[in-house]
Every structure is written in C-alpha cells, then in structure tokens.
Design a protein around this ligand. Structure first.
Ligand SMILES: Cc1cc2nc3c(=O)[nH]c(=O)nc-3n(C[C@H](O)[C@H](O)[C@H](O)COP(=O)(O)OP(=O)(O)OC[C@H]3O[C@@H](n4cnc5c(N)ncnc54)[C@H](O)[C@@H]3O)c2cc1C
Length: 384
C-alpha cells in the first residue's frame, strides 16, 4: 500500500462515501481521499450516522412498513452529511471536490487507482460510492425501464447521480443486480415538485374507472400497485373538497413529517388546479359520467365507483381498502375533477454492483474484483 499515492480512495461524498471514509480511518488506515464530482459534499444522502445528529422523537413511515419506524433528523440529510464530513475532516480524511472520476486504473485485473483525464491517483483500494443513476435518462432506459417508460419520468435526487459507476467499472466486468428496481413515486405532471404522498382525500381509479388501493398506502407499496394498473391512474375529487383542502392550508397526508407541518400541498390546491385546467392537465366536468368520457374510462364504472366511495364516506368506513375514515370525502358536488397520475418521480435506483458482505465488488465470473469496493445506492445487493 505504501507505494500508492493514497491508501484508500473513495469516489463520492454522499452518506455512503463519507461513512466508508470514516470507517477506513477508524480502522487505522491513514491516507484516505474522497473524490467528489460536484462542488459540494453530500449527494442525495438522507442516511444517518449516530455521531451527534439530532433526531425528532416522532417516527414516520419510510417505505412500505406497516408501522412508522423511520427517524427524521432535524435539518434532514444535510445534518447527517455535515456531521459525517466533520468527523472525516477531524480524522484527516482529504477531499477533492469538483473531481469527476472518469476511469479506474487497473493492473493485472486489480483496481489500483482512478483517473480524471491525464491525472492519475494510485490507491491501495478504491471504494465506489457514486450513488444511483436517476439523473441519466439513458441509464434509466437501460437499467430501470419501468421508470423511463412512464413517459413523464423525472428525478428528485442529486445532479451527480448519473450512474458513473456503471461506466467506470465496465472494463472490470462486475456483476450487476437489481435490474429494473428502484423507487418511483406518484406524479401528477402539474409541476416538478417532490411530493412523496398523495393527500388522503383523493380517490384513485385505474383505466377501468375502478379503485384499486388505499390512496394513503406507503409509497413503497404504491409503486407496485400502480405497476399493476399499467402505471397510469386518475385522481378524482369534487369542488368542495378541493376548496376545503385549500382553505385549510395544510396537506392532509396520512403522515406528517416532523418539522414540515402547516404546509399546503404543492399540487393539490385551488390555484394550481385552476392553472392546470388551462394547460389541459386537469379535466373538469359537470357530471361524473362526463368526467369519465373526458379521461376515457367507462362512464358506468366511474359512476359506480364514485357511488360506492360516497357510501363509504357516508358510513365512515372504507370497506374495500380500509382507508382511514378521516380521509373519506363524498364526491357529489359539481364541478368534478380528474387528474392523470403516473409513477414517474424517480426517488432512487436499485440496479448496481453486486458485492459480498465485505462490500467487495463481485465479477461476472463470481470472483472478487481485487481492490474494488462499493457502498450505498450504487451497491445493488450482496451475495448470500
Ligand atoms: C427526496 C429523496 C428522498 C429519499 N428517501 C429515501 C428514503 O426514505 N429511504 C431510503 O432508503 N432512501 C431514500 N432516498 C434515497 C437515498 O437518499 C439515497 O439512496 C442515498 O442518499 C444514497 O447515498 P449514497 O451515498 O449512496 O449516494 P449519494 O448521496 O447520491 O452520493 C453519491 C456522490 O457521488 C458523487 N459522484 C457521482 N459520480 C461521481 C464521479 N464520477 N466522481 C466523483 N464523484 C461522483 C455524486 O456527486 C454524489 O455526491 C431518497 C432520496 C431522495 C432524493
């Protein structure tokens, strides 16, 4: 190791890269360099350390859990990144910002450095922690087609999530795992503003005009439920419910994220809906049957669905999907609205490098690729 420029070179300064750098230092390895393509540290990271980050007491739903069990850090992921970066610096980890690594350096099949153009840095080991590829439409099409195929796909994470790892490692022939996996959130195409959940008062129907879920289901479940409907659905509601939601000024989500209460939904409020009617993204009609015709679903199905939903609201019970009674609203006063939604917001991607339990990247021949490790979103799965 001593002949190399550094002992360990980490590519990427998200939570995974910072944690890897810290772990390496704490293991007594001295010369650690983190190379980061962007001008700032942090990437998409929302992951936690336990090194002084403060958390809210309240637990929230993170993915498809039946009980809330996610801790939200105060000031969110930036707090996690700040703490990790400070601990790295305190322990002498070096950072090179604005350095987008463009190739791995190898010798006899082992990875022993990285390069940016002609600038080569040799390393005893290289840790790839470059995040996902949500910011690359080409890679989404190749590795996560279910996201690309929605036609509206857009990514909410960091600019640096371009899937560089997939290019960097091509010549060392890694195993890839997790193809066509990741997380897609429901998107209404009203604006590119991140909204993980739908307000609970919306009623979702598929192309058949039928409900198919509890509209407040965890987003991890909603992705799969939408997939079964061909990734298209319509949110249905009426005028009084929209006006009441707007008047309240807070989005009625199933869960409130600590620190972000008293926040209007960025999409599902009077002003945005009116604007989007002009753009043709929201349909409005004087009857449910006419609304069905506008969106191309069978009118008799949608009318029956709305009648059944209204009966549930009246009874205070969603007998079909058990949505919490506090969200049940009648859809009975014109005008009626429909908004097409698709699972188009890409939150993270899960196709990446296959590793073993020591985070060593596995080659297609099943053997460890010497000198190469992977961590975080880039590491799809480990072999069991
Ligand atoms: C809005 C949002 C909500 C999320 N919610 C959840 C959640 O609830 N649960 C969950 O598990 N996950 C969630 N995620 C995903 C999670 O945040 C990411 O998976 C995680 O932060 C990835 O961490 P990472 O360190 O692997 O990558 P990142 O934090 O993305 O860091 C990768 C870094 O590598 C850098 N980089 C890339 N290419 C190069 C290169 N060639 N050279 C040098 N540097 C490079 C990037 O610029 C970036 O800084 C969410 C993501 C977003 C955006």
């Amino acid at each position: 190791m001593s002949e190399s420029d550094v002992d360990v070179l980490v590519i990427g300064s998200g939570a995974a890269g910072l944690t890897a750098a810290l772990a390496v230092r704490e293991a007594g390895i001295e010369r650690v360099l983190v190379a980061e393509s962007e001008g700032v540290i942090g990437g998409s990271s929302r992951l936690s350390g336990d090194l002084g980050v403060e958390y809210y007491e309240q637990l929230v739903f993170g993915g498809d859990e039946t009980k809330p069990r996610v801790h939200c850090s105060i000031v969110r992921g930036q707090a996690v990144v700040d703490v990790l970066a400070r601990h790295c610096r305190d322990r002498g980890v070096d950072f090179a910002l604005g350095r987008r690594i463009d190739r791995l350096v190898t010798e006899s099949g082992a990875v022993n450095g990285v390069a940016v153009g002609d600038d080569v840095i040799t390393a005893g080991a290289v840790v790839i922690a470059t995040g996902g590829f949500g910011n690359s439409p080409e890679k989404l099409a190749e590795y996560f087609p279910s996201a690309a195929d929605t036609g509206w796909s857009w990514y909410v994470g960091a600019d640096g999530s371009r899937g560089d790892a997939l290019d960097l490692t091509r010549d060392v022939h890694p195993q890839l795992a997790g193809r066509d996996r990741g997380l897609r959130l429901i998107h209404s195409d009203l604006d590119h503003i991140y909204e993980a959940y739908l307000p609970g008062w919306l009623v979702l129907v598929n192309r058949e005009g039928r409900r198919f879920c509890n509209e407040t289901a965890p987003y991890g479940n909603m992705d799969g439920l939408m997939k079964m409907q061909g990734d298209v659905a319509f949110a249905i509601f009426d005028h009084p419910t929209l006006e009441e939601a707007t008047r309240l000024g807070t989005a009625r989500y199933k869960q409130t994220i600590p620190g972000s209460s008293k926040k209007q939904s960025p999409h599902w409020n009077h002003d945005v809906i009116e604007l989007m009617i002009k753009e043709g993204k929201v349909h409005r009609a004087q009857s449910v049957a006419d609304l069905a015709t506008l969106i191309g679903v069978p009118a008799e199905h949608l009318v029956a669905t709305v009648e059944r939903s209204n009966a549930g609201a009246e009874a205070g019970e969603d007998a079909d999907y058990l949505k919490d009674a506090s969200f049940l609203e009648r859809i009975d006063s014109a005008p009626f609205y429909a908004v097409e939604v698709r699972t188009a917001t890409v939150a993270f991607t899960a196709c990446g490098l296959r590793t073993d339990r020591q985070a060593r990247v596995l080659g297609r021949d099943g053997r460890v690729i010497p000198g190469l490790f992977a961590a975080g979103e880039v590491a799809a799965a480990h072999a069991r």
